[in-house]
Design a protein around this ligand. Structure first.
Ligand code: G1P
Length: 189
């Protein structure tokens, strides 16, 4: 990794000693984050952003710009079929934003049962979060799957301040599933 990243980037790693959930994993990075806002990128979700004149910037870059403009946390979402909502975090919004745009969310829930989800906009592994999420993660009880969920801490944050759902324009591959991984290999091939 160090051979391919810009020389200004420093790589530091933290070990999550036990599989206690995504929220716990993020909390393990608290000493590195300090008081700065930060991005979370789940590496099993691959995001492919083709360059186009409509979207010269990639989704993560747009999310950072929106965060800097509005000061709201940005949670990347995309539509999923209604029967797959129980595999994702799902956001509650009054109206689905256009691709490349953000809208303030009313709520967020981790892996709702099919038929109970507030929308079909799923959280897709990219987040821009304020440092204050760490204090919320410290008091987040175990949730779905008996794990400490980042989604539950974001739901608490959203009760204190505005949090936006950002609708991605790129293409995503869920490489946490065998089929998603194969599709990614074919697409990049
Ligand atoms: C995690 C998050 C979930 C999100 C998903 C895909 O779930 O908890 O909210 O929708 O990643 O990015 P996991 O795939 O770890 O079960």
């Amino acid at each position: 990794i160090e051979a391919i990243i810009p020389s200004s980037v420093k790589v530091m790693s933290v070990r999550q000693g036990a599989p206690l959930g995504l929220g716990h994993a993020v909390l393990c990075a608290k000493p590195l984050i300090g008081n700065e806002p930060f991005a979370v990128l789940l590496p099993d979700v691959l995001v492919y952003n083709a360059q186009s004149s409509d979207f010269p910037n990639n989704d993560l870059k747009i999310m950072i710009t929106q965060f800097e403009k509005a000061g709201h946390a940005q949670i990347m979402v995309e539509e999923v079929p209604n029967d797959l909502v129980d595999q994702y975090g799902i956001v509650d919004v009054e109206k689905a934003p256009l691709e490349g745009e953000s809208i303030q969310m009313q709520g967020i829930v981790e892996k709702p049962a099919v038929g109970t989800a507030p929308s079909n906009l799923s959280v897709i592994g990219r987040y821009i979060l304020p440092a204050s999420i760490m204090e919320l993660l410290e008091k987040t009880p175990k949730g779905a799957g008996n794990e400490i969920q980042l989604t539950d801490a974001i739901a608490m944050l959203q009760k204190e301040e505005a949090v936006d759902a950002y609708r991605m324009h790129g293409k995503t591959f869920d490489c946490g599933s065998k089929l998603g991984y194969l599709k990614a290999v074919l697409h990049y091939g």
